[in-house]
Design a protein around this ligand. Structure first.
Ligand code: HH2
Length: 268
């Protein structure tokens, strides 16, 4: 069994890497179906950017963006909804989504009520403020404790499928992101399936040249995106959230057998 690949579908004008490309319903549906053909296990539909500095979107507008796309994709693939709004989560589930991808880690009772899975992601603050001097005494321990607390509360609230996500790039410096990747096994050891999203994020552009220097533009981050997705999968992530589905499915297919105990003896 290989790790799962969640394809990103941003129905937004302002997402950091693909804003505006899939705002139109037809373009969004076509891209979603392309990701299904490329092997995506889940398509994650979002109508509000959570990039650093992003402004919130009114609920009516987010519903207008997300619900028709979820409804059109749900017969073809498992659909998650990337939202922090209860009304959007509920309407997306009504339209066929079976997973709530929640970067605020606050919607577990909604997921329980709707009878769907839930991803709890760690974020320090809100997208507007999260990159203003993020600081932790021990980022791995603090993120882990937060996720464990939220995940246990979700189980108690009756959510039957709980995922945790360290929230790469959400209120973290380059160093924090790298520490979380280096110590991902500690997040995996919490005992909940782990999702990791590094795809095209700005810390990948800064690698090798000091804390905040950006050297790779968004379009040049595929190699580092694949490297970090592979790194996360080898460290035990059960799912990676990515923009480039076909190449990540190849990586996941290679990693899959490597994670099984028999892989140690399989040399051909
Ligand atoms: N990252 C983004 C959005 N949602 N959800 C989870 N679980 N994990 C992540 O790392 C994650 C997420 C940000 O990426 P993207 O959706 O491409 O950009 P934007 O927020 O600008 O739409």
């Amino acid at each position: 069994m290989r790790p799962l690949v969640m394809g990103v579908l941003n129905v937004t004008p302002d997402s950091f890497s693909d804003g505006g490309r899939y705002l139109d319903f037809e373009a969004a549906l076509a891209h979603g179906l392309d990701m299904v053909a490329a092997g995506a296990d889940i398509v994650d539909v979002g109508g509000e950017s959570s990039r650093p500095g992003a402004d919130p979107v009114p609920v009516e507008e987010e519903l207008r963006r997300v619900v028709p796309v979820v409804g059109a994709l749900a017969p073809h693939v498992r659909v998650s909804v990337d939202t922090v709004k209860p009304a959007v989560a509920e309407a997306a589930v009504e339209a066929g989504a079976t997973l709530v991808n929640d970067v605020s880690a606050s919607l577990s009772t909604v997921a329980a009520r709707c009878g769907v899975g839930w991803v709890a992601m760690h974020m320090a603050g809100t997208p507007r403020t999260m990159q203003d001097r993020p600081r932790y005494d021990d980022v791995v321990a603090e993120v882990g404790a937060f996720l464990l607390d939220r995940a246990r509360a979700a189980l108690d609230a009756g959510v039957h499928e709980v995922w945790v996500d360290p929230g790469i790039g959400f209120g973290k410096t380059v160093s924090h992101n790298l520490q979380l990747l280096h110590h991902l096994s500690e997040i995996v050891a919490l005992g909940f399936p782990v999702v990791v999203g590094t795809s095209r994020k700005s810390f990948l552009g800064a690698l090798g040249t000091g804390p905040d220097a950006v050297v790779a533009s968004v379009g040049d981050r595929l190699p580092a995106s694949l490297a970090t997705a592979t790194w996360a999968m080898l460290a035990g992530a059960a799912m990676v959230r990515v923009h480039d589905v076909a190449s990540t499915v190849q990586a996941a297919t290679l990693v899959g057998p490597a994670r099984l105990p028999i892989a140690a003896g399989a040399r051909s």
